[in-house]
Design a protein around this ligand. Structure first.
Ligand code: NDP
Ligand code: OXD
Length: 308
């Protein structure tokens, strides 16, 4: 079975090493060195060129290297073979670390102190208990739930919103369109950890910002197209929102002339909130390869109708 690896951010040598360590010698091809397309049965991918996978006549599995599969589903030629997303300990741990860091940054007023430093202002803000900061998680999937657990453990007041209702210890939960406004009304820091689907595209817009408490912070670690850029800039410039932290963008890399780069209330990182390390994630891929061979149900299979 030949495996085709396509990614401009993941290390092909590390992936080949980790897969071979578990499977023995493998036929591992790194795009654009395709060889005979008819020999490729598995594609291990992050954002492959649209149309490419449709050129593989014996493809049996598309295994994403990412948790989000919106870019794959946007390809109208995507072959109708099982599509699985990445769920991996390193991905979850790094997302939990990142979101916790950002929440603590705002909870402890480090954005205010950075501004004060630039103006040589010495003004102390007494730290508040974690419980005084209400953190809202949009998306209570693998990542949202792990983040919720860490934040409740630190003492934050946590609420969560998802498509279907979930019961999570220590978390006030809301669901569906009717649950959105009541959810938003109690979020001092809003974290978007949704998948990008037709239902969630543009969800971070002026209407949503207006439903947040005045002075709320918006953190987007989902996908860039969840956010309506101009609505965010307006809400920040009017003082409706305190700040935003953005890790994902509609165009990546973010173009150098984009206003987000230089906005005083926007903090940004280059899509690094979470990272998939092959040292652990190869277990997930190998498990699915073995299941494929055995005709067993694959893990973390995407429901294409739902879009995630
Ligand atoms: P999951 O599929 O496990 O969870 C998705 C969650 O979103 C579920 O709780 C789901 O609800 C909810 N959801 C989906 N659609 C809607 C909707 N229309 N309304 C309300 N809630 C909805 O995904 P993960 O937690 O693994 O990942 C989430 C996303 O995080 C990825 O799709 C990706 O976009 C992003 N990501 C970003 C990274 C980064 O580095 N910035 C890294 C990894 C992921 P329900 O539970 O009811 O199904
Ligand atoms: C993603 C990922 O979906 O890095 O962004 O897994």
């Amino acid at each position: 079975m030949a495996i085709l690896f396509i990614s401009d951010i993941d290390d092909p040598q590390a992936w080949q090493r980790e897969l071979s360590r578990r499977l023995g010698p493998i036929d591992f091809r790194v795009w654009p060195e395709l060889g005979d397309p008819a020999e490729i049965e598995v594609a291990l991918v992050w954002r492959p060129p649209p149309g490419l996978l449709a050129r593989l006549p014996r493809l049996r599995l598309i295994q994403a290297l990412s948790a989000g599969v919106d870019a794959l589903l946007a390809d109208p030629t995507l072959p109708d073979v099982p599509l699985c997303r990445m769920v991996d300990a390193s991905l979850t741990t790094t997302m939990v670390e990142f979101v916790t860091t950002v929440v603590l940054f705002f909870h402890r007023d480090l954005d205010h102190y950075a501004r004060q430093q630039r103006a040589a202002i010495w003004r102390q803000r007494p730290p508040q208990p974690a419980a005084a900061t209400r953190v809202g998680l949009m998306g209570l999937g693998v990542l949202g739930r792990a983040v919720a657990e860490r934040l409740t453990g630190l003492g934050f007041t946590v609420r969560g919103w998802s498509r279907t209702r979930h019961a999570l210890e220590g978390v006030t939960t809301f669901a569906g369109a009717d649950g959105l406004a009541p959810f938003l009304g109690g979020c001092d820091i809003l974290i978007c950890l949704l998948p990008l689907t037709p239902a969630t595209e543009g969800i971070l817009d002026a209407r949503l910002f207006a439903a947040l408490p005045p002075g709320a912070v918006v953190v987007n670690v989902g996908r860039g197209r969840h956010l309506v850029a101009q609505d965010l800039l307006d809400a920040l410039d009017r003082g409706r929102l305190r700040a935003a932290w953005l890790d994902v963008f509609a165009d990546e890399p973010l173009p150098p002339d984009h206003p987000f780069w230089r906005h005083p209330r926007i903090h940004l990182t280059p899509h690094v909130a979470a990272w998939t390390h092959p040292e652990s994630a190869a277990d997930v891929v190998v498990d699915n390869l073995r299941r494929l061979e055995a005709g067993a149900p694959l893990r973390y299979r995407v429901d294409r109708r739902r879009g995630y």
